[in-house]
Design a protein around this ligand. Sequence first.
Ligand SMILES: Nc1nc2c(ncn2[C@@H]2O[C@H](COP(=O)(O)OP(=O)(O)OP(=O)(O)O)[C@@H](O)[C@H]2O)c(=O)[nH]1
Ligand SMILES: [Mg+2]
Length: 405
Amino acid sequence: MFIDEIKVYSRAGHGGKGCVAFHREAYRPKGGPSGGNGGNGGSVILQADHDLNNLVQQFYIPRLIAEEGHCGLGKGMDGPGGKDLLIKVPCGTLVYRLTPKVIPGLTVGQDEEELEELEDGEPVPPPAGILPVSAGIRPVFRRSGVEMAYELNLADEEPEKSSEEVRQRDKGELVADLTQDGQQFVLCQGGRGGLGNRNFATSRRQSPRFAQPGEPGEEGDFLLELRLIAEVGLVGYPNAGKSTLLTAISHARPKIAAYPFTTLTPQIGIVEYPKDYRRLAVCDVPGLIEGAHNNVGLGHAFLRHIQRCKVLVLLVDMAGIDGRKPWDDYRQLLHELELYDPALLQKPRCVVANKMDESVSEANLKQFKRKVTKTQVLPIAAGFDQGIEAFKELIREAVEAVGGA
Ligand SMILES: Nc1nc2c(ncn2[C@@H]2O[C@H](COP(=O)(O)OP(=O)(O)OP(=O)(O)O)[C@@H](O)[C@H]2O)c(=O)[nH]1
Ligand SMILES: [Mg+2]
């Protein structure tokens, strides 16, 4: 199972209570306050790990709850702290906060600065955003006899947003991007333990009968999203030969077959350059088809994995085996990429013509070059290892050109 997006609930441990106790011992009748401190609550910590490639662990355990701190005890004994919960996630995981961060002593919608500005005794203003005020566009109703129509000013409507912008709006606030192996992020900070009564003894108050309670640990809902980290992304129609090409250039062995959507999850292959030990990661995403933005085929779900790629490779089946024209495929691919995220079109891209061993491919390539001008096309036959070295050099040069080597 390949999981690249998952919602989790996380709660750090609460701090333990401080203790109220007084020392009793033979020959020390009033030994003084001796309540120990509560232990700190454990935090929930995410750590990027390059040995993982998907978020399946969080699919099975979506509640990340750290240990609570223990209460303080008499005889000056401090309570043990709760253990931190260390969760390993794959490199390339983005963390979004879905619920606003709750800081103890604040109401939802206020921030710390606002609280400091408020003077004592002043009534607390209602936090903005809790009571929704309807300020949306309202239609004007027009009547003529029994007929009724309403008028909307379309000029006031928000301009159409790309699907990437809409998704970003729904996801909440981005709080972390874990890209390096070993990088850590504290998802929820554990609560501080309360102080025991021995901390409050002074010369004038020698037997304090109070102690601090522990602070609550942070909690919230989060969205973890994996965007694989690869330098080169392979994009193409189903059956274009993406997996065959990945097999030819790397040790990856994705499934290859003559039916569409053989590849159902993104696959990563490492291309090695033995001369100078350079390595490049190449990502093969499931095929795109016309209407992918409307969730046709496997839809756009996997395009997020090429968002971090430095270079895109558009692989076109030049033999038109499935009965489509290669230049239509090319234009449709660009269109689908643009609908997903216009930033994808700003990335440098290479166009590669596959299946050049077929008899019709030469004629198709000539026509392709006439229709799609100003675009360099590299002819290869991935199934027969033709043009593979040239392809490896092409992607390497393209990655180096954007400063990736
Ligand atoms: N003649 C010819 N056939 C090829 C070539 N490369 C791949 N094929 C065939 O094309 C078919 C599809 O190849 P895949 O590598 O599975 O295609 P894909 O793009 O990964 O397809 P999906 O995973 O379904 O998106 C297979 O039957 C391959 O044998 C080639 O250079 N020449
Ligand atoms: Mg495939």
